[in-house]
Design a protein around this ligand. Structure first.
Ligand SMILES: [Fe+2]
Ligand SMILES: [Fe+2]
Length: 156
């Protein structure tokens, strides 16, 4: 099926952002593991896997629309502490949410309802990711960083 105007460009931009997220979160997860925060590592790793599923869906859909998936990675921002990691990840997730919103509006405008519904499903995921990170930052504020980190040592 041929894509409507501007849809493939947007899908490729989203793909690139997902690939960036996969790598950034994966690295953050392993940094947490190396600091001894096994429990936190598993949570961040799960978020990386979620983004991998999104990337897979985007690649499939771009091919379905007879486009060429561009597997270009954006620039990673590495957080050197747990709160820093949360801040930079939150930024990436929020950027993704804004991109998705813009793309959904565009798809509606050009009448691509299939792509729109795929992206609408993705938005739910990104909102839950943002919610999770915001909750962690709130918890750190409430109980203090040391207490928060002490809870991240054991495995669930
Ligand atoms: Fe995603
Ligand atoms: Fe996400």
């Amino acid at each position: 099926m041929k894509a409507k105007e501007g849809v493939l460009d947007r899908l490729n931009d989203l793909l690139s952002a997902e690939l960036t997220s996969i790598n950034q979160f994966f690295l953050h997860a392993e940094m947490c593991r190396s600091w001894g925060y096994e429990r936190l590592c598993e949570k961040i790793r799960a978020r990386s896997v979620d983004e991998m599923k999104d990337a897979e869906e985007l690649v499939k859909h771009i091919l379905y629309l007879e486009g060429k998936p561009s597997m270009t990675l954006g620039k990673l921002t590495v957080g050197e502490s747990v709160p820093d990691q949360f801040q930079v990840d939150l930024k990436l997730e929020t950027d993704m949410l804004n991109r998705l919103r813009e793309s959904i509006t565009h798809c509606a405008k050009v009448g691509d309802y299939t792509t729109r519904s795929i992206l609408e499903r993705m938005i739910e995921d990104e909102e839950s990711h943002i919610d999770w990170i915001e909750t962690q930052l709130d918890t750190i504020k409430q109980v203090g960083l040391q207490n928060y980190l002490a809870e991240q040592i054991r495995k669930d």
